[in-house]
Design a protein. Sequence first.
Length: 71
Amino acid sequence: MTTVSDFNVPTQRLRTALVEYFITLREKMAKRTLYRATVSELSSLSGRDLADLGIHQSSIKNIAYEAAYGK
């Protein structure tokens, strides 16, 4: 006995959704990478260097967040 199943899958919408998902994922990963790099670079500076830049050590994460994600 032979059974035929016809699944009407909207492949174009699925493909578009997957592409959008991976584009969004890549953008989020890039922002997170920028955030981590900024925190790392600012944290590696001495207190004197930070003072010259007008940055307090407690504001490093806020500055990195604004750099990566905007205000």
